[in-house]
Design a protein around this ligand. Structure first.
Ligand code: MG
Length: 337
């Protein structure tokens, strides 16, 4: 078994702004695990605010002992082993996990969703993200959302209502809202949520800072819309802490260290009767299709990463009526271009 990797910068079609930062590109590390003529593809999306970068990814990969990855893959053990290499480094761990799932599918000649016993018929629609921008750009993006049937709007600014009104001038699609911790007062947050519900918003992601636990819990109790913890929920240990604080959790493979732990998080959320949104970063088709494999287990999906970048090294995933069509090919069904 051999690992190859290369670093790249994904260029965003539009500069991406949320309530905390803006950027025009995202560093990724793409991983290939070669085994008996087959290649498993994996991806680490190294969003700057989570603390990983090309250097940390290289350092982690150089410490790997490949003899730990023998077929048949024991993902519980592999997850444990990756933790022993170094703490943190969630995205590059996800790249290994995704590549091994893709490879396993190719070895067994089955698509990943079949390996995991997931029925693609239950696929939810996926949202198209509109970052914080001028009303003109917001309108333009809302009008040019292709096959998407729901928009995800980034808020947490002083002009949130202006952004929503700009969208409503051109689109009547349902909306998800992500405040990215931008609202700092619980009464203001509740007022906004009540107003947003009247505008056709169906869920609210991370309304207030994750450290405001009591305030988020109060808001969830009062809120007419489900609240979803994202920044507050990174890994499996965070799911139980989110119970009673949010209605649901946002699972992302780059936070969960990949498919194996994401699946554990979804199961734990269901045990606690919480809802689940599966999200993504500015990713290529590789990590997005890995996320889409789990999407049929979730209530909502936000997997638009490959549609927001201009230099995807893989074929763009196919959507039908706003839903991912999971490829029937072995593994993740990725095609390099
Ligand atoms: Mg979010």
């Amino acid at each position: 078994m051999k690992i190859l990797y290369y670093h790249s910068l994904l260029q965003l079609k539009y500069p991406f702004a949320i309530s905390k930062f803006a950027r025009t590109s995202t560093p990724v590390t793409l991983v290939e695990i070669h085994y008996e003529g087959l290649i498993g593809y994996g991806e680490a999306c190294l969003v700057p605010y989570l603390g990983e970068n090309h250097q940390s990814a290289t350092c982690f990969l150089n410490q790997l002992d490949l003899s730990k990855f023998h077929f048949p893959f024991d993902f519980e053990y592999i997850s444990y082993y990756l933790e022993t290499v170094a703490p943190g480094n969630c995205a590059i761990k996800a790249a290994i996990d995704i590549a091994l799932h893709d490879l396993l599918g190719k070895i067994l000649n089955k698509p990943c969703y079949q390996l995991l016993g997931i029925n693609p018929v239950d696929m939810p629609i996926t949202s198209y993200t509109i970052g914080i921008d001028t009303p003109e750009i917001v309108r333009e993006k809302a009008q040019n959302c292709g096959d998407f049937q729901v928009l995800k709007v980034k808020l947490g600014t002083k002009y949130d209502k202006t952004i929503i009104q700009a969208i409503r001038e051109v689109s009547q699609l349902p909306l998800y809202v992500d405040a990215n911790e931008g609202w700092k007062d619980k009464n203001y947050a509740l007022e906004m949520i009540v107003w947003l519900r009247e505008q056709g918003v169906v869920l609210i992601e991370q309304p207030m800072p994750k450290d405001m636990v009591d305030e988020n819990a109060w808001l969830t109790e009062q809120s007419p819309l489900p609240t979803i913890g994202d920044e507050a929920v990174q890994r499996i240990a965070d799911v139980g802490k989110a119970e009673g604080v949010y209605s649901g959790i946002n699972v992302k493979l780059m936070k969960s260290t990949g498919i194996y732990e994401a699946l554990e998080m979804i199961k734990e959320a269901r045990r606690l009767q919480m809802s689940v949104l599966i999200g993504c970063m500015s990713e290529t088709s590789c990590a997005a299709l890995a996320g889409a494999t789990l999407a049929p287990l979730c209530d909502w999906a936000d997997l638009d990463g490959p549609f927001l970048i201009s230099n995807n090294p893989f074929q763009t995933p196919q959507l039908l009526n706003g839903k991912y069509m999971l490829p029937a090919e072995p593994g993740l069904g990725l095609v390099k271009i």
